[in-house]
Design a protein around this ligand. Structure first.
Ligand SMILES: Cc1ncc(COP(=O)(O)O)c(C=O)c1O
Length: 405
């Protein structure tokens, strides 16, 4: 007989998942049952500092009071209409998100991958309707080592064989160039190019930050060559790097912005394509949609997220605490850390493989009460909630120092 969930231990629950859940993840062996702010608690009541923050979906921490309040208020009024009808929350969400990002129009979706898919469709349509690319010939230029999600079309232009193998046939129409290489981009963009799609900082690849001038160069090149610049800020955006958007570090405004993760406040999946009117204006009724996209609950939470970002507090915290993160990691270089890259409260840390794989280091940190996630090989990613205190951040760095010693 199966015991009720609340009487099961963490070990019971981990074992129970095996036969009934698809094995598409390899989670750390921790079973989280409660969370508040920067802290999560497991089934047995052990507390952990969350230094991953749901891959940046929890930029405002777990259960931020303003976001929980907005969700509760909306739950009591209206949760879903579908876009067959209007709802009274969507206009304000779109107005404020457009204002926050300096763009004109919003296409609300749910997950990050859906925003990417939608951005690709919009760019292709723009290429045919506005740019005049012959039917069926539009191309999109992307960067090697990209991560934009898991749909069939998106993995079609991944360079990660694990993400692709066994999932073909793939969607054509993509050209892959090395990241951070403007010459390669120049050579790849031609009259068929609808858009250049890149992450301003490559998150999944290990927080890879391009050289200063790259993003401004992509902006100049795409403008000169007459194609769109699509910035996937699903992980880099919404305060993480010390600015609302990572492209702001180079004063760049893309034509199309893809947002997700933190836009839903860690409560509901909310994503969006945000763009200039000339671009999103190519969509007409019936050409694209989503039953849940722009639902009133998502719009209420999304609006509350935008309100938090309008204060500038989280961007400021990411900048200030980012200095502590950078200084702390700098001290560990040569003491178990081979190198690191950081911007704001976001870092990719290359651990000396002699000390352990990223996975092993993550497990050791877990035993010290700190949750992180490895990315490739011996790289771990640090992305705490932007609500973390200086003291908590120093204690996480102390735990890292301890497990690397
Ligand atoms: C840059 C980027 N784009 C898209 C996605 C996909 O988002 P989702 O997992 O919500 O589909 C991710 C997820 O990690 C991401 O980091």
């Amino acid at each position: 007989m199966t015991a009720p969930a609340r009487t099961r231990t963490s070990d019971d629950l981990i074992r129970a998942e095996g036969p009934v859940l698809a094995h598409n993840y390899h989670p750390l062996p921790v079973v989280v049952a409660r969370a508040e702010g920067t802290w999560v608690e497991d089934v047995e009541g052990r507390r952990y500092l969350d230094m991953l923050a749901g891959y940046s979906a929890l930029n405002f921490g777990h259960r931020h009071p303003a976001l929980i309040e907005a969700a509760h208020r909306q739950l009591d009024l209206l949760t879903l209409t579908s876009r067959a009808f209007h709802n009274d929350r969507l206009a304000e969400f779109a107005e404020r998100l457009a204002e926050l990002t300096g763009l004109d129009m919003v296409l609300p979706m749910n997950t990050g991958a859906e925003a990417v898919e939608s951005g690709i469709k919009v760019a292709r349509k723009w290429a045919y309707d506005v740019k005049g690319v012959p039917a069926g010939q539009a191309t999109i230029v992307v960067a090697a080592e990209n991560f934009h999600g898991r749909t069939t079309t998106i993995v079609s232009f991944s360079t990660d064989e694990t993400a692709r193998e066994g999932f073909g046939p793939f969607t054509p129409g993509f050209r892959i160039v090395p990241y951070n290489d403007l010459d390669a981009l120049e050579a790849a963009v031609d009259e068929t190019t609808a858009a250049v799609l890149i992450e301003p900082i490559q998150g999944e690849a290990g927080v890879i930050i391009p050289d200063s001038g790259y993003l401004a160069g992509v902006r100049e090149l795409t403008r000169r060559k007459g194609c769109l610049f699509i910035a996937d800020e699903i992980q880099s955006g919404l305060g993480r790097t010390g600015r609302t958007l990572a492209v702001e570090h180079e004063d760049v405004v893309p034509d199309v912005l893809l947002l997700g993760k933190a836009l839903g406040g860690g409560i509901v999946p909310v994503s969006a394509v945000v763009a200039r009117r000339e671009v999103l204006g190519v969509l007409h009724p019936g050409e694209h949609g989503s039953t849940f996209g722009g639902n009133p609950l998502a719009a209420a939470v999304g609006t509350a997220v935008v309100e938090l970002l309008e204060t500038g507090e989280f961007q400021r915290r990411a900048t200030e605490l980012g200095v502590i993160l950078r200084d702390g990691l700098t001290e560990l270089v040569g003491r178990g850390v081979l190198g690191f890259r950081s911007r704001g409260l976001w870092a990719g840390v290359d651990v000396d493989p002699a000390i352990g794989t990223g996975r092993e280091v993550s497990e050791r940190l877990m035993r010290e009460g700190v949750l992180v996630k490895d990315t490739h090989g011996s790289t771990i990613r640090l992305a705490p909630p932007l609500t973390i205190t200086a003291e908590e951040l120093r204690s996480a760095l102390g735990a890292l120092e301890k497990v690397l010693a």
